[in-house]
Design a protein around this ligand. Structure first.
Ligand code: ADP
Ligand code: MG
Length: 381
């Protein structure tokens, strides 16, 4: 595991792999296990050769190995994944660094299980928030922290507030500092873990899900939990800077291709849009992971809502972890191979992290304008 704390400049994207257990359908189909964890980093994917006499296949290597920062198989539990991928990001977020964790992989491979999880097996969202509040509580004498959360969905290139779906589609806006904001999104502030889990589970039920041939309840949308932490020291004589750290936790739509899901009509269009976001993500990963580091490689973040929102996570100011998901079954060989190839590329991505500081004059300016507004109101009375 790379060092995710400390004030370093360059950060390589951390790539983790999670191979979920075989499911009932795969076992009923008589699928074989073809993805094996070899050690903490290495995985081997066997090519399920159906015809051993196939001359062409016989000439190819029937197994390929891939290396990641950390690899998990069905023996890993939710806490193992959380500790190895996300726990180390928390201190950084409190000190004003941005971080992103995203779940990547085809539908049905366990992305939502990893990020949201079940009541009995909570995932990364709730474990991260619990630890975040614990650290804040332990340091409450020395620092004054506030935490805001939003939960949104990108579906068909439109943004919806999962905590307030009736608010319609929301716009992305860029502020004067070039930071992307979502206009009108609900921000909730609570440190009650049960309440958060209820909000997120309810929000997740609002996600747009359409059955496809690939899976009964395929997630056709990207879900993003955005957590902002503002921190100021209470200690006398220390700087009055406000540190602002943002943490994005992203559950991406399934990466399977439209051809495989036999999409038609409405779903075809939807597939095209989903692919637009995923394609834009893939293009960004391609450009950013260019090993030669050619300065001419243009990274087009503006091509989709997802890449606009994840701009910092990919090439900017963020420590980023990608958790790749695959099924272990021979019936999903092609999907698993494609997914592993992408994850392998993403390893080359570098980001540049810096602490986000707002100095006290920024707040004074804000308060001055609030006071002026209030004065005007009083005069009107
Ligand atoms: P995705 O979000 O990638 O489409 P899900 O998270 O919905 O996939 O997982 C599909 C099914 O497999 C769910 O019923 C989920 O509970 C189960 N599942 C996924 N990963 C695991 C795991 N590591 N252990 C146990 N069950 C899992
Ligand atoms: Mg899902």
């Amino acid at each position: 595991m790379k060092d995710l704390t400390g004030d370093s400049k360059d950060h390589q994207l951390t790539v983790a792999l999670r191979i979920r257990p075989m499911n009932e359908a795969e076992m009923e189909e008589g699928a074989a296990v073809i993805a094996h964890k070899v050690d903490e980093q290495m995985v081997v994917l066997m090519d399920p050769c159906e015809d051993p006499d196939d001359v062409l296949r016989a000439h190819r290597s029937r197994e390929k190995t891939y290396m990641f920062d950390v690899t998990f198989d069905c023996t890993a539990n939710q806490d193992d994944i959380y500790v190895a991928t996300t726990k180390n990001l928390i201190e950084g977020v409190i000190s004003g660094y941005n971080a992103t964790v995203f779940a990547y992989g085809p539908t049905g491979t366990g992305k939502t299980y990893t990020m949201l999880g079940l009541d009995s097996e909570p995932g990364i969202y709730i474990r991260t928030l619990n630890d975040l509040f614990k650290v804040i509580e332990e340091n409450s004498e020395d620092m004054d922290c506030s935490v805001y959360m939003s939960y949104l969905e990108i579906y068909n290139e439109m943004i919806r507030d999962l905590l307030n779906p009736s608010s319609g589609y929301l716009d992305l806006r860029e502020d004067s500092k070039g930071e992307i904001r979502i206009a009108g999104i609900t921000e909730f502030s609570t440190s009650n873990a049960r309440e958060i889990m209820q909000l997120l589970t309810k929000g997740n039920k609002q996600r747009t899900q359409e059955p496809t041939a690939a899976n009964k309840t395929s997630s056709r949308s990207h879900a993003i939990l955005q957590v902002t932490v503002k921190q100021k020291s209470r200690l006398k004589g220390t700087s009055q800077e406000v540190r602002v750290g943002k943490l994005f936790m992203v559950d991406l739509a399934g990466t399977e291709r439209a051809s495989q899901t036999q999409n038609r009509g409405k779903r075809m269009k939807e597939g095209a849009h989903i692919n637009r976001s995923l394609l834009a993500l893939a293009n960004c990963i391609n450009a950013l992971s260019d090993k030669a580091g050619r300065a001419t490689q243009f990274v087009n973040y503006r091509d989709s809502k997802l890449t606009r929102l994840l701009k910092d996570a990919l090439g900017g100011n963020s420590r980023t972890v990608m958790i790749t998901h695959i099924s272990p079954a021979s019936t999903n060989f092609e999907e698993s191979r494609n997914t592993l190839m992408y994850a392998d590329k993403a390893k080359n991505i570098k980001t540049k992290v810096k602490r986000n500081l707002l100095n006290v004059s920024y707040h004074i300016a804000q308060y001055t304008s609030i006071i002026a507004e209030l004065r005007k109101e009083i005069e009107r009375l």
